[in-house]
Write a protein that binds this ligand. Structure first.
Ligand SMILES: O=C(O)CCC(=O)C(=O)O
Ligand SMILES: [Fe+2]
Length: 197
């Protein structure tokens, strides 16, 4: 389906593929633990984050940026092959992403409307993969304000922000905690794959 120019592939990953991907992400967060970032204004984010790849996206009092090491100082783990395969399948690109951001939404977590604009070249798409609990994904416009529409994303769904929709505002209003049994402890994982520069 399509929502305001954003391509949404419902059910892209079957249960077995979701479990295999989850196992790979567990390994990523074992090496690079989830952290609760602060916004540049010092407000705590409700989503916890980690990353894999050449660079990871971080936020703290110094601002939003991509950096080559975890806030603890270590290198980010490599992007798992299972993740790279999803990127290749949905984009058809031979260029691989530089960053796989890992977002974990526990009970009550959300992400406000924003644009993904910390990358150097907006001609590359952003691919997002949902695992675990359902999340209410809101899509607006490239410009601030105006109408928005929402869709529930479920485990295994893949979203592509590309072309004219690469810079649309988007966010996650809430999750349905406990709606999926993929994660024993509940919650939602979202992976976002990006070419950074
Ligand atoms: O969790 C989602 O579905 C979206 C995540 C997102 O927009 C981001 O990480 O920039
Ligand atoms: Fe985003």
């Amino acid at each position: 389906m399509e929502l305001r120019g954003v391509e949404i592939r419902k059910g892209f990953l079957d249960g077995a593929a979701q479990r295999a991907l989850l196992a790979d992400i567990r390994e990523v967060v074992r090496v690079a633990p989830l952290v609760a970032p602060e916004t540049p204004r010092g407000r705590p984010m409700s989503v916890r984050m980690s990353a894999a790849g050449r660079v990871g996206w971080v936020s703290d009092r110094a601002g939003y940026r991509y950096q080559e090491h975890h806030p603890d100082g270590g290198a980010w783990p490599e992007i798992p092959d299972s993740v790279r395969a999803i990127w290749s399948a949905v984009t058809g690109l031979s260029r691989q992403p530089d960053c796989c951001l890992v977002n974990y939404y526990g009970e009550g977590a959300r992400m406000g409307l924003h644009q993904d604009r910390d990358e150097g070249d907006f001609s590359w798409p952003v691919v997002s993969v949902s695992l675990g609990d359902d999340g209410l994904f809101r899509v607006g416009n490239v410009a601030r304000g105006g109408p928005t529409e929402s869709v529930w994303l479920s485990s295994g769904d893949v979203v592509i922000l590309g072309g004219a929709a690469r810079l649309v505002h988007h966010g996650v209003d809430r999750i349905r905690f406990g709606s999926s049994r993929l994660l024993a402890q509940g919650g939602r994982i979202n992976l976002t794959l990006r070419v950074v520069a």
